[in-house]
Design a protein around this ligand. Structure first.
Ligand SMILES: CC(C)(COP(=O)(O)OP(=O)(O)OC[C@H]1O[C@@H](n2cnc3c(N)ncnc32)[C@H](O)[C@@H]1OP(=O)(O)O)[C@@H](O)C(=O)NCCC(=O)NCCS
Length: 288
């Protein structure tokens, strides 16, 4: 039976800790490496910088923090599987820095590990909102063999759908062309371009029959993380001014309008303005 324990990193190490794993993104203030007696430091499994800052250990935000961090954890199947494998060898102590011993990210991590997330390398199932009881999708690179499916999705997504030439060009140019799928079924696709510290989301599309279930937001969060990991500090996108659903998804994930391009889109029934939206996704001080 796997055993995960919680401990504040500032408390003295003890033999019963077993494997001591720090699960903070930042090194704990004032802590000496030797005193921490770490076996591992999984900084990448910690809450994203934005989530951590938003939470700020405000007890009123705890329920929402817990839900949002569980969503973030859903994409860390590899790290969860590693922790489960470690726990197969003996106790694993998850070390955190927060003063609050109950309401911290390590407690959420322990909760999902105790629920069995990451067992056998499987994607975790989310037992909490927004997608109750649902399997988690996986994100993978788009290939030529996806194009027929993608074109079908495109025709149900945009008044000016991408053509096969546009998709092939994006693949050739090495854009981050991604597919989100669940049990082999394609739920949606996206195209992201990262150039010299900036990223642009060129396309995001969720199948017409499955919208409004949280897939778009989940995909967007994955793309933000991917762009950030590729070194981008800002993520830009253009959206039709009347596309309320998309604007709501983007606003909900911290994007702000930074410009407007009049009559930018050429549509079958005329022209429409584009809103330019952007979000800072870098590590340092926000510059947008
Ligand atoms: C935009 C799109 C990707 C959103 O995907 P989705 O899976 O439907 O969105 P989600 O279910 O994750 O919704 C996330 C948020 O947006 C809101 N939202 C989604 N569809 C909405 C709609 N039609 N009207 C108002 N709000 C909507 C949700 O309520 C949710 O907000 P909440 O958490 O505050 O309730 C999807 O609608 C789509 O593929 N549209 C066609 C293609 C497109 O327009 N792409 C964007 C190009 S810039």
């Amino acid at each position: 039976m796997s055993e995960f324990r919680l401990k504040r990193v500032y408390d003295p190490a003890a033999p019963e800790d077993g494997r001591r794993v720090l699960v903070e993104r930042l090194w704990p203030r004032g802590m000496r490496k030797a005193d921490a007696a770490l076996d591992d430091w999984l900084w990448d499994i910690a809450p994203s910088r934005d989530l951590r800052r938003w939470y700020g250990h405000d007890p009123a935000k705890w329920p929402q923090f817990r839900r949002r961090y569980r969503e973030e954890l859903a994409i860390h199947t590899g790290l969860l599987a590693k922790l489960q494998a470690d726990a197969g060898e003996g106790p694993v102590t998850l070390l955190f820095a927060a003063h609050d011993r109950q309401r911290n990210s390590a407690a959420v991590l322990k909760e999902v590990l105790d629920e069995g997330w990451g067992h056998g390398g499987r994607a975790p199932t989310q037992s909490q909102e927004p997608r109750q009881g649902a399997e988690q999708p996986r994100f993978r690179a788009m290939t030529e063999s996806d194009l027929a499916t993608i074109l079908e999705l495109e025709s149900g997504c945009h008044p000016d759908p991408w053509t096969i030439d546009m998709l092939q060009t994006s693949l050739r140019q090495g854009h981050h062309c991604r597919v989100m799928e669940l049990d082999g079924a394609v739920l949606g696709h996206a195209v992201l371009q990262v150039v010299a510290g900036d990223a642009e989301l060129l396309d995001l599309c969720i199948g017409a029959g499955i919208r409004g279930q949280g897939w778009g937001r989940l995909f967007l969060r994955h793309l933000i993380r991917e762009a950030s990991e590729a070194g981008a500090c800002h993520l830009f996108l253009e959206v039709r001014a009347s596309n309320e659903a998309a604007i709501r998804v983007y606003s909900g994930e911290g994007f702000h309008q930074v410009g407007r391009r009049p009559r930018y889109y050429v549509l079958p029934d005329g022209r429409e303005d584009a809103l330019v939206m952007a979000r800072y996704i870098g590590d340092g001080e926000q510059t947008l």
